[in-house]
Design a protein around this ligand. Structure first.
Ligand code: SAJ
Length: 478
């Protein structure tokens, strides 16, 4: 390994001026915490002055956060660092040339979820911009979630092509995946351990120097760039796998006529001496922008691997199978709806369905890749009528989201709980019966929200995920 980069970095001295590309829910708190550290002199936030997000530039320079939803401490921090002249948002990418380090926090969504191909377009544009203004001795860090080997290959190639410089010799290059959750962005950056992976030791050390000052409880975990990319995608793949294991158990319990929550409690009771089962929760499906795509990043990464993969002949990846199980849960919710309606001699065609919950996560307005969407498509495809309620999600393409649950439930043949929003836990059978006006209303519980017996005894036709002990109950006539 050449010591050229180490010598350049030694000559250059410690990191003082930092840039962050992508003023979104990852880049803004990252830039704010860099600016708030007395280890660094100045931070530039780079934001394209585009029609859709150029408004952020002025907001940020006035110390205001353009992010939706509550972010404890962020507004105060932005005011503090702008008043102190330590942070500035700019659309002028040429100012990258002034910096010692630059991080890229640019979304890598699916171009087309069906094709499971990520859209690296915006990220590549950001990397190209960095390459154009790259100087010897700079550190470049990718924070976006990326397919393993992207840092070592695509990013390195673009940076070297644009700058004429050599990664690992003239400039440092690393990956430090973000691990933030909306609602706790600052805390997550400060308290989570930070995976930092350079293309070589000098790059890793320089990235450790960049991130150490912003960590409070968290510690830096150094590794190679590709190991860092695999860590990020695998940590979400494993969560998706654990959820799929709980979902498959729920389907098994339904087929065996038992209550999955009894089994879950039983399994969970096995603790101590380092034993854990970490069993998660079955539900109506898995949404969001992390778990729905990171498995496919990992799968693509292994295909780019340097060695041949040794794996059971013709066996499908359990990770991809887990995705299929989780994506089956909205289909299962549809099947439960059809089966329950059939019990009252109703066909799905023409049935009035009241869907409670659109967001992919409880008590949140986050509706990225919601499992509720495929369910809606199936219901409409089958010729049923649908009304959807969500107290938090304001809008979503091609679906009207009602704010009044009574209006949603009025006249319904079936009430289907898709998200575990707090208010649904206090649903009362008598209120629903009054609204639907039906002797036997169907109720489908996708998130273990209601007590089956209270509704069954009130004449409802109940079906719940994993509730094999209740799903074929006798129908109570009032
Ligand atoms: N879900 C289940 N059963 C469970 C847990 C979740 O069905 O036991 C469903 C949820 O309903 C939701 C989806 O899975 O539809 C995702 O839920 P999530 O809690 O994993 O929330 P995400 O997608 O926002 O995941 C984020 C990720 N954080 C980052 O990427 C920084 C993930 O790595 C975290 O593990 C997760 O939050 C977390 O633990 O909170």
């Amino acid at each position: 390994m050449s010591h050229k980069l180490e010598n350049i970095l030694k000559e250059k001295g410690p990191i003082k001026k930092i840039g962050v590309i992508g003023m979104g829910y990852v880049g803004i708190p990252a830039a704010a915490l860099f600016a708030d550290s007395d280890k660094f002199d100045h931070v530039l936030g780079f934001q394209r002055d585009s029609p859709s997000s150029g408004y952020k530039i002025n907001m940020l320079n006035n110390g205001e956060s353009p992010l939706k939803g509550e972010e404890p401490g962020l507004e105060e921090l932005l005011k503090k660092i702008t008043d102190a002249g330590k942070f500035e948002c700019t659309p002028d990418f040429s100012r990258i040339a002034e910096l010692d380090a630059i991080t890229l926090a640019i979304q890598t969504p699916f171009a087309d979820p069906k094709a499971l191909e990520p859209d690296f377009g915006a990220l590549k544009e950001g990397i190209r911009n960095v390459g154009k203004y790259l100087k010897p001795g700079m550190l470049v860090v990718l924070e976006s979630t990326i397919t393993p080997r992207t840092t070592e290959s695509m990013a390195r190639e673009i940076l070297e092509e644009e700058s004429g410089l050599k990664a690992g010799e003239d400039f440092a290059l690393a990956h430090a995946p973000e691990r933030v959750m909306v609602g706790r962005l600052l805390r997550n950056i400060q308290e989570h351990d930070r995976i930092v992976g350079g293309i070589d030791k000098a790059s890793t050390d320089r990235a450790v120097e960049l991130y150490s000052p912003v960590l409070t409880e968290g510690k830096v975990i150094p590794m190679s760039a590709t190991a860092a990319e695999v860590t990020k995608t695998a940590e979400n793949t494993f969560r998706d796998l654990q959820i799929a294991a709980a979902n498959q158990l729920a389907l098994y319990c339904e087929a065996m006529g038992i209550n999955v929550y009894d089994v879950r409690a039983g399994i969970d009771s096995l603790k101590g001496e380092g034993i854990t089962r970490a069993i998660l929760w079955p539900g109506a499906g898995v949404g969001g922008h992390c778990l729905t795509k990171d498995t496919y990043h990992l799968e693509r990464g292994v295909k780019l691997g340097t060695e041949a993969l040794d794996y059971p002949q013709d066996a499908e990846s359990i990770y991809v199978l887990a995705r299929r199980v989780n994506d089956f849960m909205p289909v299962h919710m549809y099947n439960l709806t059809v089966a329950a309606l059939k019990r009252i001699n109703m066909d799905i065609k023409g049935a009035k369905i009241a869907m409670l919950g659109w967001a992919f996560i409880n008590d949140s307005d986050d509706a990225r890749n919601p499992p509720s969407e495929p369910y809606k498509d199936m219901i409409l495809e089958a010729g049923a009528e649908l009304k959807v309620h969500d107290p938090h999600v304001l809008s979503y393409p091609n679906v009207e989201l009602l704010k009044d649950s009574n209006e949603t439930i009025e006249g319904a043949d079936a009430v289907v709980i898709f998200t575990g929003h707090k208010e649904y836990f206090s649903l009362k059978p008598e209120d629903i019966k009054k609204l639907t006006g039906k002797e036997h209303t169907v109720i489908i519980d996708g998130r273990n929200v209601i007590d089956p017996d209270i509704f069954i005894n009130a004449g409802f036709v109940y079906k719940g995920i994993g509730r094999g002990d209740k799903n074929s109950h006798s129908i109570t006539n009032q």
